[in-house]
Structures are given as structure tokens and as C-alpha cells.
Design a protein around this ligand. Structure first.
Ligand code: HPA
Length: 285
């Protein structure tokens, strides 16, 4: 039984999940790739793949939005042992945040020390056009949910500087610098900025977007931050990348439209896939 503030509490559910994955073979990923929708083809580009279906893993969260179960695809990409997380779950689906960060704990337990995370986001920075790629350099947690809260196990360490930037930043600066160089070499213009995580599932109101702008957000979306908080708690290095699929609500004429968001996502998909491959390549051994 876990007790509050017991930093050494053992997670039996996680042990069972690790054992279930190991049934498939000696899978020891170095890097986790949590990619927004539309980047499935990148998993197809990996070699030596092993697919593990979410329902085969005890405690693994099932996706409720996209109509398919979550799964993990282990393989080799750019010479690195990677694992793709497909069918990411969101806070608005009703899961407690500890549940939606379970895949990160699992992949870390299997060996992953690094994580690349991508998403679609609304652009708040007025110089961002739809199609802009943005490296995430910081975030605003507008849900105030955190995988450390209410888990029955104290996050390690308790009560540190919330951002803990002096110890371990959420987004690895060296890796992000290298990733930016990759983008330059590919001729893909990428910006940097702050990502605000909101609950959703609807897009923001224009008033909320104006408020987020004043708070310093460059982009807004409904994912990524919980996984990043979890990864940082585990000491993993992270690169985060947003695709700005639309101008955030109220900053341009017209209504926000999910189909438009998907269309822009498709347009930049090729660049994004090349960039993610490059980001995998330039991770330090
Ligand atoms: N807001 C929140 N999430 C999003 C948006 C947005 O404008 N675009 C894509 N994901």
C-alpha cells in the first residue's frame, strides 16, 4: 500500500505493465516518441518493430476519442531504439492525470531516458502563421493538474522550485539547440515559444486567448504538459515541438474549424517528420 509522502513506494501496477511488455521480447527503448496525430507514418519508417497493444498492458489508458485503442510501437529509427506512443489520451477525456502519464512511467521503466513530444496548437504569438513549427521552451499549466498530485506517492522532490529550472529544465536546452540547427539545415523555419496547456475539449474563448497572451503564452493546446511534467520528475531529457495549425480564437476573422486544423497539420507533416528524425539523430548518446 502506498503511503502519502513515501518516496520509495513501489508501484506494483507499473511492475505488472513492465512484465507484460517484456513478454513481447527484450524491449529496451532509449527514447520515447509521443507524436501528435498524423505522424503515424514515422512509426512505419522504423525497422525491427514490435507492436504492443494497450489492452495487453495492465493499467494502460485506453483512448476514447479517436476510436482506436492506444498502442506502443517499439523499433529502431535513425539508429536509435525508440518507442512510439500511439493514441495519446487527454485530460478532457476524464482520466486522472496520473493515468494519462502512465505510458511515460512505463517507458522510463523500460529504459527510455529521452522523450520527443509533438502536438498541434493554436497560435497566440501574432507573428505565427498556420503551419509554423515551434520548439517549446517553457509552458503554462492552466489546468493545474500534475501527475504528482493525488497519486498517493510523493513526487520527487516535494516542494521544490515549481519549474526547477536550476536543477533540470522541463525542455532540454542543448538538445533543443541542436534540434533548431537540424531545422535550419532542413530549411524548415522553426520558432521558439511558451505553450499553454488548457483542459479543452473546446477551443478557448477570445477572452481566454487575450488573457493567455498577456500571461506570455505563444501557443495553446490540450496535451503535452502532463507527459513533460512526468518525464521531468523521472529525470528524462525532453524536446517539445508544436505545429501551429490555426490562429487562436478571436485573433483572426472566422470560426475555428477542426477540419482546417487537420488540413494544416497535413500540409506540414513532411517537414515535421524530417525534423523529428533529425531530432532523434542529434540526441546525445
Ligand atoms: N486551441 C487549443 N488546442 C488546439 C488549437 C487551439 O486553437 N489548435 C489545435 N489544438
Amino acid at each position: 500500500m502506498h503511503t502519502r509522502s513515501d518516496p520509495d513506494a513501489h508501484d506494483e501496477e507499473l511492475d505488472a505493465a513492465v512484465a507484460a511488455v517484456r513478454e513481447y521480447g527484450d524491449l529496451r527503448p532509449e527514447m520515447a516518441l509521443i507524436l501528435g496525430s498524423g505522424l503515424g507514418a514515422l512509426a512505419e519508417a522504423a525497422s525491427d518493430t514490435t507492436v504492443v497493444e494497450g489492452p495487453d498492458i495492465p493499467g494502460y489508458p485506453a483512448s476514447t476519442v479517436e476510436g482506436h485503442q492506444g498502442r506502443l510501437i517499439f523499433g529502431v529509427l535513425e539508429g536509435t531504439r525508440v518507442v512510439f506512443v500511439q493514441g495519446r489520451v487527454h485530460l478532457y477525456e476524464g482520466y486522472p492525470v496520473q493515468k494519462l502519464t502512465m505510458p511515460v512511467r512505463l517507458l522510463h521503466a523500460l529504459g527510455a531516458e529521452r522523450m520527443v513530444v509533438t502536438n498541434s496548437a493554436g497560435g497566440i504569438n501574432r507573428t505565427f502563421q498556420p503551419g509554423t513549427l515551434m520548439f517549446i521552451t517553457g509552458h503554462l499549466n492552466m489546468t493545474y493538474a500534475s501527475p504528482g498530485v493525488g497519486s498517493g506517492v510523493a513526487p520527487r522532490p516535494v516542494g521544490v522550485d515549481a519549474e526547477a529550472t536550476r536543477h533540470r529544465p522541463y525542455y532540454d536546452a542543448t538538445w533543443t539547440d541542436r534540434a533548431e540547427e537540424v531545422a535550419l539545415n532542413l530549411g524548415v523555419g522553426a520558432r521558439r515559444g511558451v505553450y499553454a496547456w488548457t483542459l479543452g475539449p473546446s477551443y478557448e474563448t477570445p477572452a481566454e486567448v487575450r488573457a493567455l497572451e498577456r500571461l506570455g503564452a505563444d501557443a495553446v493546446g490540450m496535451s503535452t504538459v502532463p507527459e513533460v511534467i512526468q518525464a521531468q520528475m523521472l529525470g528524462m531529457d525532453v524536446v517539445g515541438l508544436s505545429t501551429i495549425t490555426n490562429v487562436a480564437a478571436g485573433l483572426a476573422d472566422g470560426e475555428l474549424d477542426h477540419d482546417e486544423v487537420l488540413k494544416v497539420g497535413q500540409r506540414v507533416r513532411g517537414d515535421l517528420m524530417d525534423l523529428v528524425r533529425g531530432i532523434v539523430r542529434v540526441a546525445e548518446g
